[in-house]
Design a protein around this ligand. Structure first.
Ligand SMILES: C[S@@+](CC[C@H](N)C(=O)[O-])C[C@H]1O[C@@H](n2cnc3c(N)ncnc32)[C@H](O)[C@@H]1O
Length: 401
């Protein structure tokens, strides 16, 4: 990788500034907008921009140590320069780097050793403590995995194709991919490509979805013809998978508190050819009450810290704090308690998160089971980033007769 065009440097700089310092600006959307606004950049330029942008977000704390100060709107070029020196990336001596003293930066890089684990793994101090409390020594292994770049994984839409045929279709469009072991519909790209431009995507043959995430709808054990409620459906990543597993037969009710997410879900469902999904906005508590005792299957893909998917969303670790985690845990407890009433007797539900913290996962389920004797645990599964996937937790519970 090399950084030799000034406009790419400026693009990276501005995108970092936005992500780090503007409220509610998330890295994935910031980079999407930047690339959209610069249509003339070729695929190599795009790869350089997004690669460096994400890597600097990932390694922010380590880079701050190298430059001897916290990131602020005025020193982002310094941070970028430290990154280029640290990673030995070929670059031009742009004017933007004028006046930045590199001797101290170089000396720290050369030393190799850094003073704390939080700096080594580039996470906030509070998070290093939380990880230690919740995961013990193992956190370092998990965080090491979450500092890697994530591959792009697709889920073949079995309403229209299968994994093998999708690989052939993509190959015809110049995109090389291969199957993922033990995940039946998953296809991994050999290298990063903008797959949203392919006709395979426009024709609804796949969605982008990590392998770990693809295990969740499977875990729900849905059957064609059932009535399924997806209570935190968002833009429908898992709803669409459930529709495919149900072969479009039966009914899926997709709920969320944000209408714009449900609108996106509807667009995606149309493209995927999924006809059995109805969306309902949760705008008062009657929406959920009306569904009590009605579902064969319920998915609660709960709002969570996102601390299992830092490979894809490294900015999460800079945007959240301990108070946010406590707040989200309260919401999880409430959602689990209230929404579980949607399951009918003999029905099943999955509680899932994309977090690696036991306090958001197994501990929430244990508390729920303690307070709800009419449910029992059928099975649970934790997927750890060190296994090569994003981190997920899922528990299958059954409501007794
Ligand atoms: C982990 S995300 C869901 C991702 C989605 N299932 C998918 O596969 O793409 C959690 C979702 O819960 C929604 N949410 C937050 N609080 C909620 C609540 N009280 N009731 C229902 N949904 C809620 C959020 O808007 C968000 O879309």
């Amino acid at each position: 990788m090399e950084l030799i065009h000034r406009n790419l440097l400026i693009g990276i700089h501005d995108a970092l500034n936005e992500t780090f310092f503007e409220k509610n600006k998330y890295a994935d959307k910031v980079i999407e907008r930047l690339l959209k606004a610069n249509k003339k950049w070729g695929s190599a330029d795009r790869a350089v921009v997004s690669g460096i942008f994400y890597d600097i977000i990932r390694w922010k704390k380590r880079l701050e140590y190298f430059i001897g100060e916290g990131a602020k709107p005025g020193n982002i070029y310094k941070l970028i320069l430290a990154y280029l020196l640290w990673t030995d990336t070929k670059f031009k001596r742009f004017d933007e780097f004028d006046g930045i003293k590199t001797a101290d930066i170089q000396a720290k890089i050369k030393k190799g050793k850094v003073p704390t684990k939080a700096i080594e793994f580039s996470i906030p101090d509070w998070l290093a403590e939380t990880f230690t409390q919740e995961l013990g020594e193992n956190w370092e292994k998990e965080m090491k995995a979450m500092n890697e770049q994530a591959p792009t994984i697709l889920r073949a839409n079995t309403l229209k194709t299968n994994a093998q045929d999708l690989i052939t279709e993509l190959e015809n469009e110049g995109v090389k991919s291969f199957r993922v072991k033990n995940i039946p519909d998953a296809v991994q790209l050999e290298e990063k490509k903008n797959v949203f431009l392919t006709s395979a995507f426009k024709n609804g043959l796949f969605e982008v979805q990590d392998s770990g995430s693809q295990l969740i709808a499977e875990f729900l054990d849905v059957k064609p013809g059932q009535r399924v409620v997806d209570a935190c459906a968002g833009a429908g990543g898992k709803t669409l998978h459930i529709a495919a597993l149900m072969q479009n037969k039966g009914q899926i009710i997709a709920l969320d508190i944000f209408n714009w997410k449900l609108a996106e879900l509807k667009r995606r469902a149309k493209r995927a050819g999924a006809h059995n999904i109805e969306t309902r906005l949760i705008d008062d508590n009657k929406v959920v009450k009306r569904l009590h005792n009605s579902a064969d299957r319920l998915l609660i893909d709960a709002p969570c810290s996102g601390l299992g998917v830092l490979r894809r969303n490294p900015d999460t670790k800079w945007k959240i704090d301990e108070a946010f985690i406590e707040k989200i845990k309260d919401e999880q407890r409430q959602i689990l308690q209230e929404y579980s009433k949607i399951v009918k007797k003999g029905g099943r539900m999955v509680y899932a998160t994309c977090s690696v913290l036991p306090s958001e996962n197994g501990q929430q389920v244990s508390l729920f089971l303690k307070n709800n004797a009419d449910f029992n645990l059928v099975k649970e599964k934790t997927i750890l980033p060190s296994e090569g996937f994003d981190g997920f937790y899922m528990a299958l519970l059954e409501r007794k007769n």
